[in-house]
Each structure stands twice: as structure tokens, then as C-alpha cells.
Design a protein around this ligand. Structure first.
Ligand code: ZN
Length: 1024
């Protein structure tokens, strides 16, 4: 036979584009439209309904950016459609409302969306760019009367991810309308034509993925050619059924026995804020969930997995009628809560307790609201995964985990799709990466073939999960996706697609893969390395809020236990939920529009004010009224005479325990000294010598300087706020010119020696305060920056005279090691890393900690000093200034604290991290009294108490969360200084732990003895 493949494929393409895609609707008739524009922020349905609607012409512009217009659409179903509407089987039609708000080719989520309401206030369905119909159950002659709430959300990226745009803030986005109402019609969907379209899509998609030489590909092509011959382009309605007959045989051919099996799970990845503000996410959820419920009504096989408890909570608060319908579908097992986190948070930066609370708050919400406890972690889109996650997830009852983001790596290909992931403590969790590499699948041929092709476990296992549905305001699953799933359920040449659930998938995956491979340690995303640093104020707010929450819970617990005060459970829950929301994977990472980050900053200010009030109230109960100064230490270690988790008379804290501190001019520089350190600062304001007196050892390599601010040009190739590209290192400027250096002399009795250094760079000013306290083994550096740069990265460098093969970084409930070398492509790609309060570098018997109070981004690498001797350079990433999506990111004032602590092991590093983040608080009251005595004590400093709180169940029991902090075995007695009836070990949700962990070895009155493995988390319930 002559080869006509190319010509026939071309013929098919033209037919699809020119005829088939435009023929789905047999008849259309326009509705009458009136409109009301909301003056500012969105209003509820009832408020909109009572407004004056004015006539609105189809084809007219509407919608200032971020505004809302309500359209009232009315009309009568034409009587002449009666004949069409009674047809059944071949020639059947369906009556639908079709609204085109002016949808563009931009992706779902990046443009206008709408919601269709009935006149009695029922949210019927979303109107999304690729899903903008509403099925109608009305008869010819009936009136249709509906409202459309149209959101003029602008296309913020506008086709690229780097160009500054004013669209990310209502204040700068302008007032010109950006959409045009193109249609509001009643229409008759031609069922045969629609079904033919789905047949052709499935077969054409499959065919194009098959080898050119495959018999199956040729069979499909010839069947499609026969279909083209059988249909009349002038009368598709009349001939579509005949066309479908020509395709029936190729659609009926069953899949190969070895075909990959895909569990298709309906989903909509709705970012809880990103290129739109949080308030719009609330509406996006309502629109998408109403779509899903509408689809469930039409198709009994549809299930939908939805992760974030926050999104359900929004529906409960703002859309109670919709929420009741969701709850019904949850009870039926069709609307499926998954994940069990409050939001799909970032996992790099949230602190240990906060990441635990993501699971506690989310899972508890699902249990309380629906009696459902998800067993899967669902994090398809977060920017890398902390090594602490497996333990936290398992301790909150999770058994499996799903992500796929590591497929975005820019350098290395992750070796597994289904595997055991072992965390920092060795805990394993069964983990799956969908090989389709998307969480927004449309179930098209290219995606299915990609999943089968890429699946790395072939030969040992054969199943993967396929999350399908448009996210972010696309409305989730569509009927077209379901049609595709049905056609590929058992189709020769295609993977087999089954409509399934997360539980269904994981059950099968475990059963068929008894011994999956293991990946140990963090899952570092080789991409988006700027997210540890972008939008610094958001990060500072997160760090501060986490530590204030620790304080508020501790002191409120003490006030309840000691003084009978009411425990502010509701206020704490409200604040926790807001902190957890803002850890969402586009808020804390700094990748959202200006609106989101300004709102986050305002929220952090409110959080701080509320927590300070809670702390003051609790401390008021504990210290009473009076003029005595009392020092309170919420940290886990004693500080300057103040016990851990307790208070003491403040007098003891002002006398320098370690002796005097001095500051002297030395030539053109200065020398700061105390019993621990001798610090030399040169006229450039750089630390040229940092001598550890006890160890008799110099920390700064000869010829180098610490406290060196370095500015890099920071223009990533794409994804401005997200990425730091490796080439940033090619351009660097050292800030080694000081405008002014002022020494604050440490006179007799002074407790701190201080040097103030002022610098200018570009349009920015930087003031640093170098401080050495009398009794401190650490040099503290406060860097105040008034930052007005664009696309610059500011780093603070500490060259350290140790040869460290690895750097140690604090993560949640412990730390991890990362090589300082760049031997492998994996090491080389890890050129910017995340740490929490401290990092540590060291040799066999000597190390140095570098700590911070709000910085996450670091780079730590092996280097040489000028004489060629091996050293280690630790740098903190202080600030960036990306241009997209917020053109003013990071502009303005910042105050960051850093410290360098020579002679530190891991234990000292841990202490330094807490010291920098939990300052001792001084209040006035009536003596130190017994009320401020610590509620709890431990007898082993390796075991750190991370949280003290009252139980979530309102029982009044005291919950204590602790962890082993050094990476070794530790026994500790935890002793309560209040009457205790029993001590039990619980999971993170405060439920009795019955897995025989053997952690709690003895419980005796108010004392519990625990035996912890490296980095083990333990939660104890002290019943009162
Ligand atoms: Zn996302």
C-alpha cells in the first residue's frame, strides 16, 4: 500500500479544528443580560441580589482588574426546540446554559472565572475557561433565570514569569475593563457530535504516541480515515453516529496484558494564594467544588480528592449551603479529604512544632467534621521535602505520601516513582511520585503515554496515580476527562485508566510492590532555590510567630495549671490556623503577588499583637502586680540564671557572670574582648580575627574576613521570585567600605561592647551592630538594611578556618548533614540550601555555629584561604529583590540578627539557635514566687522540650512535645512540678500511642522516663 499516513493525519487535524470542535452545539439563543458592578471587594449573594441591575449588552467590556460584576441572565427556552428535546438515543440533545465571560487562551486560574447562582441563592456551578456550561433541566417555553458572579481576575503572568507587572495589587492594576462578555446563551448540545469528539480525541491522542511502525497505529489511522469518509461535514449532527460506528472496533480492542495501570483521581490543585489573594482562593474553591458536585450529580462514578482542611473551613464559613452538600458527598466516600494538613504547606521552612500542627490541625478538622481520617500525605507541589517529614507524618497517623514536584529538578532525575522514603530519624513512609509529572492531568494520550514511559518501577510494579482536573480556578475534573478515562479503561496500546481514589491506589501499589527501594534523607528540589529568601518580611513574620506561639502556649499553660486561669484555646487555635495558612507553598516561599505578601505582613503584625497580649495576660496571672523585675525564659535551656521554661528575679541577669567586656581602638581598628573571645574589626568594619581564647584557636582564616556582606547580581533565567541560578556567583561585590564606624565604649560594669558600622550600597544603606556581651561565647551581628535594590542577592559571609567535609543544618526536630564538596551532580546542584536557626561546620574536635533569628537560605562550601589551605565558607542569604510576581519584593527596611559562636559542638549550636530566637523576657510583678517555677524539667539536655500546651480535647491535661536533638540515644526523666495522675505517650494528635514504641519506659507519679532514638519525637500527656 502507498503510504498516505501524513496526508491522512493532516486531514484529520483540519477536520477536528475546523468542523468537529465548533459543531457541538446545534442551536443557540441569547439571553437578556443586566449587570451590577460591585464597588470594591466581593459581596455575598444576598447582598448582590438586592442591587439595581442595569441592561448590559453582549459584546460590552466589563471588569476592572480584581473587580466583580454580577450578571443577571434571563430568557425563555424556544418552543421550537421541543422537537429536538424529546429525541432520545441517536440525535439526542441536552439543554445547557453557555456563558463566555471573555475567556482567553491563558491557563485556568490566570484569568476570569464565574459562578452561576440560582435566584434562591444556590451556587449551581462554576464558570471556568475550559468548562463554562451549566446543564439545565427545563422545558421549551420555560423561563431561565440565573445570576453569574463574574470575577475580573487579571492574567498576572501574561505568558511569562519574569516581567514586572502592576497587576498583582488592586492599587496598581488600573481601572480599565479587561474582559468582554461574549455570550450568555441557551444552547442545545448535540450528544452524538460530542461523543464523536471524545472518540476522536482519545484515538488521535493514542495514535500519535504509538511507534510509527506499529500495526495498531495504522489500524487507528485507517479507522479514523473511514470515520472522515462516513461523516458529512455539512451535517455532522446527522452523520456523527455513522462516524462513531467506524471507530467502534478500534475502541473495543482491549489493552495489552502488561499495560501500565493508572488510578485516575479527580483533583483540583487550588493554591491557597498565589497570583491572587486569599479572598479569591475562597471563591475559587467554591466555584470548583460546585463544579465537582454538579459533575457528581451527572456521573455516579466521579470521585474527587481535596486536601486542605483550610479550604473546607472556608466553605463552612462562607458557603454553608455548598458545604452541606460537600459533607453529604464526603459521607458517601465520593468527595474525599486527603492529606490531612491544614494547607499544602512549604515543608522546608515551617518549624518543627508548626509542621506537626499542620497535620494535627488538618487531620483533627477532618475527624471532627466528617469522621474521616486521611492516611495519605498529599503534597504534589511543595518546593522540596524536609527529612523530618516522614516521622512527623507517621506520628500523625499517615501511612503513605504523594508528591511529584521533584520531577521539576533542573539537574538530576529522581530514581524512583514508588519507594520508601526514610527521614532524618530513619522513619519510613511509602511514597509515590505520579510519573505523569503533573497534578493537573487532562487524561490525554500524551500524558498517559508519558506516565507509562517514565514509570521507573517497571518490571517490579506497574501502577501509578493520575491526578486529573484543572486546578487553580479551572474547576477540577470535566466530563471530557471522564470520557477520556472511560475510553482508555481497556484500550489496546494505551495504559489502563481506572477511576479510583488515593486509598485505592495506595492499597494496590503496596500489594504489588512488597519491597520497594528506599530513598534516605531530604528530597531536595533542584529548583526554586530562591524561595528560602524571597519576601523576607513574610519569613521573618513566620519565624517570630512560631516562637511567640511557643511562648504563649507555655505561659498560658502555666497560668492555667498554677493560677487556674482560663486557657485561651480558641484564640490559640485561631492564631495557629492563620500561621499555618501563611505557610502555604506560595506564601511562605515568597512566590505570590504583592497583595498576598502585604496581607501576610499585616497578619503577622496582628498575630504578634494578639500573642503578646496572650503572653502578658498569662504572665500577669503568674507574677501578679508589683514592681519587682522578673526574667522569664521560654527556651528549653537555662539562661543567665533563669531556669528553662520558668522565671527568676531579674537581678541575677544583669550582673555579668563571665566577667568584663572591653572594646579598644587598635591602630585603625578595634578589639572587642571578653573571657571567651577576642574580636578584631578592621577599618572596613570586617572581622579579621575571631580568637577563641579557651581553645586558643583562630576562627577567621588568615587574610580573610568574616561579617563580609556580599552583593550578587541575581537574575535567574526564569521564575524570578522562585529561582536563584548558579550563575549568580559569577558576579559579586564585597561591601568592604564603611561610611562610619562608631565604638560604644564598654565602661565599668558594662555588659555589652558594641561597634556600629554604617555602609552604603547602590540606593541602599546598611547599619550593622557588632555586639559582644560580657558572658557570651558568641559574637552577635544585627544587620539593619534599608533595601532599594533590584535583582540583587545580599549574603553575609563567614569564612571559617575549619576543614568541614559536611555542613550541619538545623531542620524540624533535629538537623541534617550535607556535603560541602561538589563531587556529584547531586552535590553540585545543592548550591543553595535551607536551614532553620543554626548551621554548624567543624572538624573532629572543633566546630563553629552560625545562627540567625529569621534567615533560611544558606550556602556552605569547602574553599581555600589565600595561602591555599582548606577552609569552609558559611554564607547566610539575607535578602533578594526579584521583580516577578511582586515588582517591589523586599524593598524597604529589614532588621536581621546573626551570630557566630566559636567552639560549638551540635549541643552548643542547638542552644545558640534557641537563644537567638527566644529572648529572655523581663516583666514586673510581685517577686519571683513559686508560680514562675518551671512546670517541667528534664535531666538530659539532649532532650529538648519543643512545646508545652494544654490538650486539644479540653481535658486540661498538659501535653509536652520533646525530641532528641543531637542525633544520638538519650534517656531523660521529665518531671512535672504539678499534681499528675498519669503520664502516657501519644501520637501528634494526642491519642494514646499503641504501637509499642517502648519510648516511655517508666511513668511514676509526676515523672516520666523516656528512651529516645536519634531525633525521635515524643509526645507525653500529663493527666491532671
Ligand atoms: Zn501549588
Amino acid at each position: 500500500m502507498h503510504d498516505t499516513t501524513a496526508r491522512t493525519e493532516h486531514r484529520l487535524r483540519r477536520f477536528v479544528a475546523e468542523r468537529l470542535e465548533t459543531a457541538a452545539y446545534r442551536s443557540r439563543t441569547p439571553l437578556t443580560v443586566t449587570a451590577w458592578e460591585v464597588p470594591d471587594e466581593p459581596v455575598p449573594f444576598a447582598e448582590a441580589l438586592s442591587q439595581d441591575f442595569t441592561p448590559f449588552e453582549i459584546g460590552s467590556p466589563w471588569g476592572r482588574p480584581w473587580s466583580t460584576v454580577w450578571f443577571h441572565v434571563r430568557g425563555q427556552v424556544p418552543a421550537e426546540w421541543a422537537q429536538d428535546l424529546i429525541a432520545d438515543g441517536a440525535g439526542a440533545v441536552r439543554l445547557e446554559l453557555l456563558v463566555d465571560l471573555g475567556f482567553s487562551g491563558a491557563g485556568p486560574g490566570f484569568q476570569t472565572e464565574g459562578a452561576i447562582w440560582s435566584p434562591d441563592g444556590v451556587l449551581l456551578k462554576g464558570l471556568e475557561p475550559r468548562n463554562h456550561y451549566l446543564p439545565l433541566d427545563v422545558a421549551p417555553g420555560d423561563w431561565v433565570d440565573l445570576y453569574v458572579e463574574a470575577a475580573a481576575n487579571p492574567d498576572v503572568p501574561n505568558g511569562q514569569w519574569i516581567k514586572p507587572t502592576p497587576m498583582g495589587d488592586k492599587a496598581t492594576a488600573g481601572t480599565d475593563p479587561i474582559y468582554e462578555l461574549r455570550a450568555a446563551d441557551l444552547a442545545l448540545l448535540d450528544v452524538d457530535v460530542w461523543e464523536l469528539t471524545q472518540d476522536v480525541d482519545a484515538l488521535q491522542g493514542l495514535m500519535l504516541e504509538l511507534p510509527a511502525t506499529s500495526p495498531r497505529r495504522a489500524q487507528i489511522l485507517r479507522a479514523l480515515e473511514d470515520m472522515l469518509d462516513a461523516v458529512d461535514p455539512e451535517d455532522l449532527a446527522g452523520t456523527a453516529a455513522a462516524g462513531r460506528e467506524r471507530l467502534a472496533d478500534v475502541l473495543a480492542a482491549p489493552a495489552h496484558a502488561s499495560a501500565h495501570r493508572l488510578h485516575a483521581v479527580g483533583h483540583a490543585h487550588i493554591d491557597s494564594a498565589w497570583l491572587w489573594p486569599v479572598r479569591e482562593t475562597v471563591r475559587k474553591c467554591a466555584r470548583t467544588f460546585s463544579n465537582v458536585l454538579n459533575l457528581m450529580d451527572a456521573d455516579p462514578d466521579v470521585t474527587f480528592a481535596c486536601s486542605s482542611a483550610q479550604q473546607y473551613a472556608w466553605m463552612k464559613e462562607f458557603y454553608p449551603e455548598l458545604y452541606a452538600r460537600i459533607a453529604q458527598r464526603v459521607r458517601e466516600g465520593r468527595f474525599i479529604p486527603v492529606g490531612g494538613m491544614w494547607v499544602e504547606s512549604d515543608t522546608n521552612m515551617p518549624g518543627g512544632e508548626a509542621l506537626a500542627r499542620q497535620f494535627v490541625a488538618g487531620t483533627q478538622f477532618f475527624i471532627d467534621e466528617f469522621g474521616v481520617e486521611p492516611k495519605e500525605v498529599w503534597l504534589p507541589d511543595s518546593f522540596g521535602y524536609t527529612a523530618a517529614l516522614p516521622q512527623i507524618a507517621r506520628a500523625s497517623g499517615k501511612e503513605s505520601m504523594l508528591t511529584q514536584k521533584i520531577s521539576w529538578n533542573d539537574t538530576n532525575r529522581f530514581p524512583h516513582h514508588t519507594f520508601q522514603w526514610a527521614g532524618s530519624d530513619g522513619t519510613r513512609i511509602f511514597t509515590h511520585f505520579p510519573p505523569v509529572d503533573t497534578y493537573n492531568s487532562m487524561i490525554n494520550g500524551a500524558e498517559l503515554a508519558k506516565a507509562e514511559r517514565q514509570y521507573a518501577e517497571k518490571g517490579r510494579a506497574n501502577s501509578s496515580l493520575l491526578p486529573y482536573g484543572y486546578g487553580d480556578g479551572g474547576g477540577g475534573p470535566t466530563r471530557e476527562m471522564l470520557a477520556a478515562a472511560r475510553r482508555t479503561a481497556d484500550l489496546e496500546g494505551s495504559p489502563k485508566v481506572t477511576l479510583s481514589t488515593p486509598e485505592g491506589f495506595f492499597t494496590q501499589a503496596r500489594a504489588e510492590y512488597a519491597d520497594p527501594p528506599t530513598w534516605t534523607g531530604e528530597m531536595y528540589l533542584e529548583y526554586h532555590r530562591g524561595t528560602y529568601t524571597s519576601q523576607h518580611r513574610t519569613k521573618a513574620g513566620n519565624r517570630r510567630s512560631e516562637h511567640l506561639l511557643r511562648e504563649a502556649e507555655l505561659w498560658a499553660t502555666a497560668a492555667t495549671v498554677r493560677a487556674g486561669a482560663d486557657y485561651p484555646a480558641d484564640a490559640l487555635q485561631r492564631v495557629w490556623r492563620l500561621v499555618l495558612l501563611q505557610q502555604f507553598h506560595d506564601i511562605l516561599p515568597g512566590s505570590s503577588i504583592a497583595w498576598v505578601h502585604r496581607e501576610a505582613e499585616r497578619n503577622y503584625a496582628l498575630i504578634e499583637a494578639e500573642l503578646e497580649t496572650l503572653i502578658a495576660t498569662a504572665l500577669g496571672h503568674l507574677v501578679g502586680a508589683g514592681e519587682d523585675r522578673i526574667a522569664l525564659n521560654a527556651g528549653p535551656f537555662p539562661r543567665a540564671g533563669v531556669p528553662a521554661l520558668g522565671g527568676a528575679a531579674a537581678a541575677g541577669t544583669v550582673e555579668p557572670a563571665g566577667g568584663a567586656v572591653t572594646i579598644e581602638a587598635d591602630g585603625e581598628g578595634w578589639v572587642l574582648g571578653n573571657a571567651h573571645l577576642r574580636v578584631v574589626v578592621d577599618p572596613r568594619g570586617l572581622v579579621t580575627s575571631l580568637r577563641d581564647l579557651a581553645a586558643d584557636r583562630e576562627v577567621v582564616p588568615a587574610g580573610m574576613a568574616a561579617n563580609l556582606l556580599q552583593v550578587h547580581r541575581d537574575i535567574p533565567n526564569e521564575w524570578d521570585a522562585w529561582d536563584i541560578d548558579a550563575h549568580y556567583r559569577h558576579d559579586v561585590r564585597d561591601l568592604d567600605t564603611a561610611q562610619e564606624i562608631v565604638a560604644e565604649p564598654a565602661g565599668d560594669g558594662a555588659t555589652t561592647a558594641r561597634l556600629v558600622i554604617r555602609r552604603r550600597f547602590g540606593s541602599s544603606t546598611i547599619t550593622q551592630r557588632l555586639e559582644l556581651a560580657a558572658d557570651s561565647p558568641a559574637l552577635e551581628i544585627t544587620t539593619e538594611v534599608d533595601w532599594h535594590e533590584r535583582q540583587k542577592l545580599l549574603k553575609l559571609a563567614f569564612p571559617i578556618d575549619v576543614r568541614a567535609e559536611r555542613a550541619t543544618s538545623e531542620i524540624q526536630f533535629g538537623h541534617i548533614h550535607r556535603p560541602t564538596a561538589t563531587n556529584t551532580s547531586w552535590d553540585a546542584a545543592r548550591f543553595e540550601t535551607v536551614a532553620h536557626r543554626w548551621v554548624h561546620v567543624g572538624e573532629a574536635d572543633y566546630g563553629v555555629a552560625v545562627a540567625n533569628d529569621q534567615t533560611y537560605g544558606h550556602d556552605i562550601r569547602a574553599d581555600l584561604d589565600p595561602a591555599g589551605r582548606p577552609i569552609t565558607v558559611v554564607r547566610q542569604s539575607l535578602l533578594r529583590a526579584p521583580l516577578f510576581p511582586d515588582p517591589d519584593a523586599d524593598q524597604g527596611e529589614h532588621v536581621l540578627r546573626s551570630s557566630i559562636r566559636p567552639g560549638a559542638g551540635i549541643a552548643e549550636s542547638v542552644r545558640e539557635g534557641y537563644r537567638m530566637n527566644l529572648p529572655v523576657r523581663t516583666v514586673t510583678g510581685a517577686g519571683s514566687g513559686t508560680l514562675v517555677a518551671p512546670l517541667l524539667r528534664t535531666d538530659n539536655d539532649a532532650v529538648v522540650i519543643e512545646a508545652v500546651k494544654l490538650a486539644e480535647d479540653g481535658s486540661g491535661d498538659v501535653i509536652v512535645r520533646l525530641y532528641e536533638s543531637l542525633g544520638g540515644r538519650a534517656r531523660a526523666a521529665i518531671t512535672a512540678d504539678f499534681p499528675v495522675t498519669s503520664v502516657t505517650e501519644t501520637d501528634l494528635l494526642e491519642r494514646p500511642r499503641e504501637d509499642g514504641s517502648g519510648t516511655l519506659t517508666q511513668a511514676d507519679g509526676g515523672s516520666a522516663t523516656v528512651a529516645l532514638r536519634p531525633f525521635q519525637i515524643c509526645t507525653l500527656r500529663f493527666a491532671r
